[in-house]
Design a protein around this ligand. Structure first.
Ligand SMILES: [Ca+2]
Ligand SMILES: [Ca+2]
Length: 99
C-alpha cells in the first residue's frame, strides 16, 4: 500500500509542454493545442498586422498565437494583402486603380 501511495504522490501533473497526447480529443496534439482541456479551442491562429485598420492585412508582420495580439491584427487567412498598409484608402493591389 505504501509503495502504491508513493507512486501516486511521485507522479507530476503533466504540463502543456510535455503532453504529446490529445486529452480533449479534438485532433490537436496537447503540445500545440491552445487548450487541451477544451475541444472548442485548437491550434494557435496566425494574425496579420493591419496598421491602417482598413480590414486588409499585410505580410509585413505576422504572429502565431493562442491569444489575440490586439486591435492592430487580423486573424485567419490573409487573402490578398494590403497594397499600402499605411493608407486606409488603399486596399488590396487588385483594387487600386492605375492612372
Ligand atoms: Ca483543444
Ligand atoms: Ca491595412
Amino acid at each position: 500500500m505504501l509503495l502504491f501511495l508513493a507512486l501516486i504522490i511521485g507522479c507530476d501533473t503533466p504540463t502543456t509542454e510535455d503532453r504529446p497526447y490529445d486529452l480533449d480529443r479534438d485532433g490537436v496534439w496537447g503540445v500545440i493545442d491552445c487548450d487541451d482541456d477544451n475541444p472548442e479551442i485548437g491550434r494557435p491562429l496566425t494574425y496579420w498586422i493591419d496598421v491602417d485598420a482598413d480590414g486588409h492585412g499585410s505580410w509585413d508582420h505576422t504572429i502565431t498565437s493562442c491569444d489575440d495580439p490586439g486591435p492592430l491584427y487580423l486573424a485567419g487567412p490573409l487573402g490578398e494583402p494590403d497594397c499600402d498598409d499605411n493608407d486606409p484608402e488603399i486596399g488590396p493591389c487588385s483594387e487600386v486603380v492605375q492612372p
